[in-house]
Design a protein around this ligand. Structure first.
Ligand SMILES: Cc1ncc(COP(=O)(O)O)c(C=O)c1O
Length: 393
């Protein structure tokens, strides 16, 4: 059935709603839900990493010990012990911490609080598609900040480029979609830029703990605490179904975000906040994150090996030091969207790179996730992609 056929006549959508489009990734994921498809498309963490048993016990304790409070409305800012735990982990004031319904909500709240129609918003080239979707509801005018294989180029943040911007949105750690990590010198330069700039730098950091090679690098937040808005989440280190993320922001912005959140959903579910706190308070993450790293890092190696063996000459990819994604560049004349159709016909899927660009986009890039597909299937799927590309070349 055509959706427009089912719409009662005369109902008028807002201009904002009319501009909404579905995420290209979600549309693709629908096709790739068929069990025979080897999908490198999803950005989902592996369910094998979910700590189901500690979570079950924690949920039992919460509902046994404090059912009245756990099932009641609660403060918009979030569950205080959880906020205190987050504040202690980052060395910030508890008044800076707002618990959000996933960091996806943090992106929406930042859009609400900071963007007017037409305001310039600086984003990396490419950037997280979900951030573009959130911000776009508030109708910014995107400015793509130049990058190279190591991420954003701080020297490109000239007055001409950044004039009038409301914020710069960046992912220094294992960026979605490219897997790139911003080197330490560039972090210093970006933190210094934030200190001298009239707008905040937003550091979205869902993947920072998933570090497989090299030393962990300091967050921008630790380098310029009063000028960075830091977004974190339990989605990649605990479970995304909890829908718990957080924003660390200077108090003036924090206050505006609390007002915006109150109007949006009153608060993040009390029950899941208490369960999350109950599982993390005794140090579960310190034992659990190394296990996730071990699994993902082995799968990353499997995919890199498979790419090296199966990809024809002219295909290039990076070696991420963490996170969930490998970024692939095809020879210029190959369109990854067209390639996807052919790939799905052979039961293998990936995400084309173009939707991750806020402006002009090359058509020859794609993102591969290495975390959910088991190693034998990684090998099979990459072999199929390699064969397909060989035929095209
Ligand atoms: C860069 C980035 N930011 C934010 C999110 C949203 O995560 P969540 O809402 O589950 O915390 C994701 C999810 O994949 C992401 O990759």
């Amino acid at each position: 059935m055509n959706l427009s056929d089912s719409q009662p006549s005369g109902w008028q959508f807002s201009q904002r709603a009319l501009k909404l489009t579905s995420s290209a990734i979600r549309e693709i994921l629908k096709v790739t839900e068929r069990p025979e498809v080897i999908s490198f498309a999803g950005g989902l963490p592996s369910p094998a990493t979910f700590p189901a048993e500690p979570m079950r016990e924690a949920a039992g304790r919460v509902l046994r010990d404090a059912p009245g409070a756990a099932l009641q409305y609660s403060a918009t800012e979030g569950y205080l012990p959880l906020r205190e735990w987050i504040a202690a982990r980052y060395g910030v004031r508890v008044g800076q911490v707002l618990v959000t319904t996933g960091s996806q909500q943090a992106l929406d709240l930042l859009g609400k609080a900071l963007i007017d129609p037409g305001s310039p918003v600086l984003v990396e080239t490419p950037t997280y598609l979900g951030a573009l979707q959130s911000f776009s509801l508030y109708e910014p005018s995107y400015v793509q900040v130049p990058t190279d294989g190591h991420g954003l180029l701080p020297e490109s943040l000239t007055p001409a480029l950044t004039q009038g911007a409301r914020f710069l949105y960046a992912q220094p750690n294992f960026q979605n979609p490219t897997g790139r990590r911003l080197p330490i010198e560039r972090r210093r330069a970006l933190a210094a830029f934030a200190q001298g700039s009239p707008f905040p730098v937003i550091e979205d950091d869902p993947y920072g703990a998933l570090n497989y090679a090299g030393e962990p690098l300091p967050t921008l937040l630790s380098m310029a605490p009063d000028h960075i808005v830091h977004l974190g989440t339990f989605s990649k280190v605990l479970a995304p179904g909890l829908r718990i993320g957080y924003i660390v922001a200077p108090e003036a912005l924090h206050f505006k975000l609390v007002q915006a959140k109150q109007a949006t959903d009153l608060h993040t579910p009390t029950l899941t906040q208490r369960i999350a706190f109950e599982v993390v308070k005794d140090g579960l993450l310190d034992r659990h994150i190394p296990e996730i790293r071990q699994l993902y890092s082995a799968q990353c190696d499997t995919m890199l090996d498979a790419l090296a063996r199966h990809m024809p000459e002219g295909v290039r990819w990076n070696r991420p030091e963490g996170g969930m994604f490998i970024w692939v560049e095809l020879p210029a004349h190959i369109d990854s969207l067209q390639l996807l159709d052919a790939a799905i016909a052979r039961n293998v899927a990936f995400v084309p790179g173009a939707p991750f660009f806020a402006g002009s986009a090359p058509s020859n890039t794609l993102r591969l996730s290495f975390v959910t597909v088991p190693p034998a299937k990684i090998e099979e799927g990459v072999a199929k992609l390699g064969q397909l590309l060989r035929e095209r070349l």
